[in-house]
Ligand binder design. Sequence first.
Ligand SMILES: [Zn+2]
Ligand SMILES: [Zn+2]
Length: 158
Amino acid sequence: MPKVTTDFNDKTIQYEELLHDFKVLLKNNSLKFTIQREVILETLYNSDEHLTPEALHHLIQNKHSDLKTGIATVYRTLALLEESHMVTSLSFGAQGKKYELGAKEHHDHLICTECGKITEFVDEKIELRQHAITDELGFKMSDHSMQIYGICKTCQNK
Ligand SMILES: [Zn+2]
Ligand SMILES: [Zn+2]
């Protein structure tokens, strides 16, 4: 049987802990902790999807229209979170990037270039091989990401 896992919705970090790290991050960058910034973090945390900045902004506007969170704030906050490795991004070429919070178990991605569907997976052998490679080459791995681009089942059948 192939050992491919595809369910990663369990969080590896509590929201309170994440919020604490976020406050420290803002402080270290001389930025104020604002309700708009917290809502960006909270919305990312509660979404199981990989979001473009525009989609994230849309979600926030729908749920917290009173806050008037600007798209520029979303971009800046995502950039800051990515720099500090609290979020990771997946590149979609000309269509830009999709972001996810690093609060899930490690996983890799299949990305459909037709419809943008993302499938998350982990394969034991691939993980082990990567460790074997870095060990053999005397490289200290801190993280890795793998994205496989192609056409999903649904789009193949169109
Ligand atoms: Zn597709
Ligand atoms: Zn993912």
